[in-house]
Design a protein around this ligand. Structure first.
Ligand SMILES: *Cc1c(COP(=O)(O)O)cnc(C)c1O
Ligand SMILES: [Zn+2]
Length: 442
């Protein structure tokens, strides 16, 4: 079979560009490009054949198909030689049945897709594997790429650093100073990647790295590079595969630069075009109220979009005021009967406190999605019997400062519902027993 994919303008300008070409924007209108697949070729296989193939590969060990991204290689990036694939066996993340939390909120069928249970602790791995593999292919074909660079709110840089270290490709990451967690800062450092901490926010880092990549032989790894979206769309593939190819009713995802919500939409659309599913879920994009440009636009009926100055939020990975994939995101929400809604700092912090008591371990972004879900249940946009999936974008362990400050009631502007500190006792049987029974009774 002769599967093919290429870059094309999102506004339909003419021109197709090879995926090994160093190009990020349409030369005609300067808007983003997207990866387009030869759907006629893909349709030569039946839906049944595709499902059987994907199920056969899922989490097995035949390189590289055990990775759930590369298990769908034909739909993701068929142009790559398997020898150039840089993989950490990404994808295939757990679906957590949030039974207790769902009941508390008033829904019966709530699942949390644990995309943060991955090599670098966030969903960024599933997009980065595609981008770095393509860079390896380009370098092997003799393209002049000295290094790969990105601006990041902490998770993209961790993923880029890890995948480049796996491949032995130089990388440079730009981080806003004091706006990422200690774990996120240490990740590129320990992978031996040049880490630049800038006295600005994410949007400021982004401007600089774009400039650097346009003027030098350095490849840009941010999500305006649509190769990453191709990997991220496999979240949708996996979700339905994990439910034996049944489509959930609602999918809620936290959004910052808005690549991921667009990727989810692209994944579901592709499955429907190929006949693997016959309906689409409703998509919800959740933002922090402090960084909510999409929500503002949604609430004024998509009339006009304006960038904003993002304010500091606990959900630091989505503290973005000028989202690069805004146009794709708006199109996605329109096509998926979508909703955009936001959550305050207090809402996100306390929903994390409550959800964690039911066994989840929420990062602040997942908490934003849960808080928005609660709002939608309360106002009837989500029904009790609907199957709801919340995309957990990062591992809560990357955000231990957040949980520590939360339980110490040290987050300014937030009144923690679950203030807690460890019982410090001398190692004395009676004292320990008394403390335990006091606690059980209280
Ligand atoms: C990157 C990231 C997001 C936002 O994804 P976008 O594609 O930028 O909207 C959300 N949560 C976490 C933890 C992230 O790292
Ligand atoms: Zn164009």
């Amino acid at each position: 079979m002769n599967f093919k994919a290429w870059f094309q303008c999102i506004n339909g300008c003419s021109g197709r560009y090879d995926l090994t070409e160093i190009i990020y924007r349409c030369p005609t209108c300067d808007d983003l490009l997207e990866v387009i697949h030869d759907m006629d070729e893909l349709k030569k296989r039946s839906a049944k054949e595709w499902k059987a193939l994907f199920d056969d590969r899922y989490r097995k060990h035949e390189w590289p198909y055990g990775s759930s991204v590369w298990g769908k290689k034909e739909l993701v990036c068929p142009n790559l030689d398997n020898d150039n694939i840089v993989s950490t066996y990404e994808g295939g993340s757990n679906l957590f049945y949030a039974e207790r939390f769902g009941k508390q909120v008033g829904i019966d069928d709530l699942w949390v897709k644990q995309c943060g249970l991955s090599h670098t602790g966030s969903f960024k791995d599933i997009g980065m594997t595609v981008l770095v593999s393509m860079v390896k292919q380009m370098r092997s074909e003799g393209k002049n790429i000295r290094a790969v660079a990105c601006a990041s709110t902490g998770d993209t840089s961790a993923a880029l650093a890890a995948y480049c270290a796996v491949a032995g490709i130089p990388a440079i990451v730009f981080l806003p100073k004091d706006k990422v967690t200690l774990t996120q800062l240490v990740q590129p450092i320990t992978h031996g990647v040049m880490t630049i901490s800038l006295d600005t926010d994410f949007d400021g880092c982004m401007e600089l790295v774009k400039d650097l990549c346009m003027k030098n032989d350095i490849y840009l790894a941010n999500s305006m590079n649509s190769l990453r979206i191709e990997g991220q769309k496999t979240i949708s593939f996996e979700l339905v595969q994990q439910f034996d190819w049944e489509v959930p009713d609602v999918v809620i995802v936290p959004g910052g630069n808005l690549g991921n919500v667009s990727a989810l939409g692209k994944g579901f659309t592709m499955l429907k075009d190929l006949g693997l599913i016959n309906k689409l879920p409703r998509l919800v994009c959740a933002q922090a109220e402090k960084a909510n440009p999409l929500v503002r636009c949604f609430k004024n009926g998509y009339k006009d979009f304006e960038n904003i100055q993002a304010e500091e939020t606990l959900a630091s990975a989505i503290q973005i005021g000028a989202p690069v994939s805004i146009k794709k995101a708006i199109r996605t929400l329109k096509a998926f009967d979508g909703i955009a809604e936001d959550a305050t700092e207090e809402e996100l912090a306390n929903v994390a406190g409550r959800a964690n008591r039911t066994g989840l371990l929420c990062c602040p972004h997942t908490a934003v999605a849960l808080a928005v879900m609660e709002k939608l249940v309360k106002r009837g946009d989500i029904k009790k019997s609907e199957r709801v999936i919340v995309i957990s974008t990062a591992n809560g362990l990357k955000f231990s400062e957040f949980l520590n400050n939360y339980h110490a009631n040290k987050i300014s502007g937030v009144e923690s519902e679950f203030v807690y500190k460890p019982h410090e006792l001398s190692a004395d049987y009676d004292k320990v027993r008394d403390a335990i029974f006091q606690n059980l009774e209280g």
